[in-house]
Structures are given as structure tokens and as C-alpha cells.
Design a protein around this ligand. Structure first.
Ligand code: NAP
Length: 281
């Protein structure tokens, strides 16, 4: 019996256990997958026990960067992203990977968008970095916009891209010039369900593709606005499924049963959706 776990804080309500259990079952692999609450300050003392007990880990907030110095090896895409969401524990070695960027790209391709073109990413945190790094690899022309001037400047410097402070002028023009708009802030998600990361006065061209990384609710205010404007929209749950499928493939060397993972993820999100979002938007 193989053993896998999601570690982070919080992990309650995560769709990952249901998604991975479904993939193991569909693949006929005897494995268990649990969610373990690990606070950032607990990670250094907890990690030696975790690496002894498990065959692989998923890593979520707030541990994605904190785990880096504890690993024996970091894969190139995780190094570029500056974060790890998947750890393979094999032959006594802990190898960190990031499937966020590849998962994002797979979701983008799944929606029929092959060439990223000009991309505007809202947010300058971990997901923005992972997505920006992956899109750059694929030849995208990437700009990030975020309220955090320091994080934006660091991201821009590290990746050689442009940072736009959204309180300055230029956001509407940058949206207008983009082929792909990505929301990598939590706006639209839990606690911010009634908000949009873009001011209402910024208009959306119908040729724009809008990808919201927020997956709870599935259809955010931003995606509703984009849909109404005639844009192609991509829900964050697609990235959630694809990044999970890539974790599974890293651990097992087998192709993931993506449709089984999708069904399990959608059921888990539906179960934990706020009452007003269920059956509503
Ligand atoms: P993060 O590292 O905390 O970064 C969040 C970013 O959003 C930062 O730039 C932050 O700015 C900005 N932000 C936070 N609150 C804001 C507000 N009220 N107004 C404007 N900007 C705000 O988080 P992350 O890991 O990048 O995740 C970002 C989002 O992506 C989350 O909703 C997460 O659930 C989602 N995500 C989805 C997937 C998926 O598979 N679909 C994968 C990864 C992440 P400051 O630095 O100023 O706080």
C-alpha cells in the first residue's frame, strides 16, 4: 500500500484527497491519500517524519516556498516557479516539483488556446510566478499587475517581464492589448465572492480569453463578466484537475484518469460550495 498526503494550512475542504483517491482507484493502484494540517513553523520538525512515512506529498499554502530548503533536489520547473506543490519520495530522496504551471498550460490547451500571445496576469504571488514562468517558456509576452509593488518588482526582475501597478494608469490599456487575462489573486474566491479583480470600468474585448485561477466558486464574478462580454472563459477547476493529474503521473509513472479526477473534484467542490453558490452561479 502506497501512502500519499496533502500538507498545508488549511487543508480542510480541499478537493485533492477525493481527486487522488479517484485516480488511484481508476488506475487499480493500492494507495491511500490523507490531508495533514501542517503549519509553516511546524514544517522543519515534521518533514523528516513525513519523508519516512509517505511515498509522495502535495504541498499547499503556506508551505510551497518554505519546503524548498528541506528537499534533496528541485526540478527545473519548480526552480523557475520558486515553489513546490508536489514531492516525490523515493529511495530515500525528496524531489520537489511544481505542477501548477504545467497544469495551467494543460488547461489552457484543453480549452483550445495553444499560443499564449500577450498575457496579463493579475497578482504577483506564488501562482502568478508559476504561471508567468511557464508562459514565458512557451513564448508568451507576459505582464503582471498587482498591488504589491515590491513583489511585482521582484517578479519582474527575476523573470525579465513587465510589472504594472494597478493603481497607476495603464491597466485598461494593458487589458485591451492582451490576448489572455489571468486572475492569480484570491479576489472572486472565498471571502471575496462578490468582488472582481478588475474595476468595472475596464472593458473586455470579445477576442480576450479569461482564465480565473479561483476555483471556488467555479464561475466567479470575473468569469461571468467575461462570458457576458463574449470572451472565452476558463475555470480554475480545470487547472486544479490538471495539476493533480501531473502530480499523480510524477508519483506513479502512469497516465492519470483525468475524467475520474474531474468527476471527483467537481463533486468535492459542490459539497463544500457555499449554499448560495450551489445551483446558482
Ligand atoms: P499568494 O501567493 O498569496 O498571492 C496572492 C496574490 O494576490 C498576491 O499578489 C496578493 O497581493 C494578491 N492579493 C491578495 N489579496 C488581494 C486583494 N484583496 N486585492 C488585490 N490583490 C490581492 O496566493 P497564490 O498561491 O498565488 O494563489 C492565488 C490564487 O490562485 C488563489 O485564489 C488560489 O486559490 C488560486 N490558485 C489556484 C490554483 C488552481 O489549481 N486553480 C492553483 C494555485 C493557486 P499581496 O502580496 O499584496 O497580498
Amino acid at each position: 500500500m502506497k501512502r500519499y498526503a496533502l500538507i498545508g494550512d488549511p487543508v480542510e475542504g480541499s478537493a485533492s484527497p477525493a481527486m487522488h483517491r479517484a485516480a488511484f482507484e481508476a488506475g487499480g493502484i493500492a494507495a491511500e491519500y490523507t490531508a495533514l494540517h501542517v503549519a509553516r513553523e511546524e514544517l522543519p520538525e515534521t518533514f523528516p517524519g513525513l519523508r519516512e512515512s509517505f511515498d509522495g506529498l502535495n504541498v499547499t499554502i503556506p508551505l510551497k516556498e518554505a519546503i524548498l530548503p528541506l528537499l534533496d533536489e528541485v526540478a527545473p520547473e519548480a526552480d523557475r516557479a520558486g515553489s513546490v506543490n508536489t514531492v516525490a519520495l523515493e529511495d530515500g530522496r525528496a524531489v520537489g516539483h511544481s505542477t501548477d504551471g504545467p497544469g495551467f498550460l494543460a488547461a489552457l490547451e484543453g480549452a483550445g488556446t495553444d499560443a499564449p500571445g500577450r498575457v496579463l496576469i493579475l497578482g504577483t504571488g506564488g501562482a502568478a510566478r508559476a504561471v508567468a514562468a511557464e508562459l514565458l517558456e512557451r513564448g508568451g509576452a507576459v505582464t503582471v499587475a498587482g498591488r504589491n509593488a515590491e513583489a511585482g518588482a521582484r517578479l519582474a526582475r527575476d523573470l525579465g517581464i513587465h510589472h504594472l501597478h494597478p493603481e497607476r494608469t495603464g491597466l485598461a490599456e494593458a487589458v485591451d492589448a492582451a490576448d489572455l487575462l489571468v486572475n492569480a489573486t484570491p479576489i472572486g474566491g472565498p471571502g471575496h465572492e462578490d468582488a472582481s479583480p478588475l474595476p468595472d470600468e475596464v472593458s473586455l474585448r470579445r477576442e480576450l480569453t479569461v482564465f480565473d485561477l479561483v476555483y471556488r466558486p467555479r464561475r466567479t464574478i470575473l468569469l461571468e463578466r467575461a462570458r457576458a462580454a463574449g470572451c472565452r472563459t476558463i475555470e480554475g477547476v480545470e487547472m486544479l484537475i490538471e495539476q493533480g493529474a501531473r502530480s499523480f503521473e510524477i508519483w506513479t509513472g502512469e497516465n492519470a484518469a483525468v475524467e475520474a479526477m474531474r468527476a471527483a473534484a467537481l463533486a468535492a467542490l459542490e459539497e463544500t460550495a457555499p449554499a448560495q453558490a450551489r445551483g446558482g452561479r
